[in-house]
Design a protein around this ligand. Structure first.
Ligand code: SF4
Length: 178
């Protein structure tokens, strides 16, 4: 059983813009989001963390909704120019590092969360998926929120959050199911 008070005390030490607990059943899953992966994302079919490797949206929804709780965390970073995609993406490793620190808080309590974070997995220079081999680091690999067909915007709105905080602010979110 998770000690939420201990977890919240630890979360308060991190540079998080937001954290909150949500009911996994409140998440919106949509085939439209999956369509965007297949139609627009260059990483589609390139890693174990992306569709189609993560499974059908219905299976992803079933998996996520089987958990009783979910921690939503968010970070925001200001950049000089949001149009500079490289600079915006350079803020991602810090968010992933924070996500992994939060994972450590769960593990310290003997709980392995199921994590969805940002973008495609970048753990290996070449993903084993491309060679038809199993993932080399399933304990480190996080699919992204969108890979599971989750439209996070309604959840953010319910929590008074935005997906995009205007010019030159980069926003990242992760979900940790437990
Ligand atoms: S850990 Fe490596 S093999 Fe596994 S999904 Fe990430 S890049 Fe692919």
């Amino acid at each position: 059983m998770m000690d939420i008070t201990r977890l919240e005390s630890e979360l308060s030490q991190l540079p998080l813009y937001f954290y909150g607990f949500i009911d996994p059943k409140s998440l919106e899953f949509s085939e439209r989001i999956r369509y965007i992966c297949s139609a627009e994302c260059p990483m589609y079919n390139k890693t174990w963390a992306c569709p189609p490797a993560v499974g059908e949206v219905a299976a992803c929804e079933h998996k996520c909704k089987a958990f009783s709780n979910c921690l939503l965390i968010g970070t925001i970073t200001e950049v000089a120019d949001i149009a500079d995609i490289d600079a915006a993406l350079a803020t991602r490793p810090e968010h992933e590092s924070i996500t992994n620190q939060v994972r450590g808080f769960f593990r310290a309590q003997g709980i392995e969360p199921y994590i969805l974070s940002t973008e495609a997995c970048a753990e290996c220079a070449r993903c084993a998926w491309l060679d038809g081999e199993p993932c080399r680091h399933p304990d480190r690999m996080h699919p992204c929120v969108e890979s599971h067909g989750i439209n996070l915007i309604p959840t953010l709105e319910e929590n008074g959050l935005e997906f995009q905080y205007g010019e030159n602010i980069v926003t990242w979110y992760s979900l940790l199911f437990f």
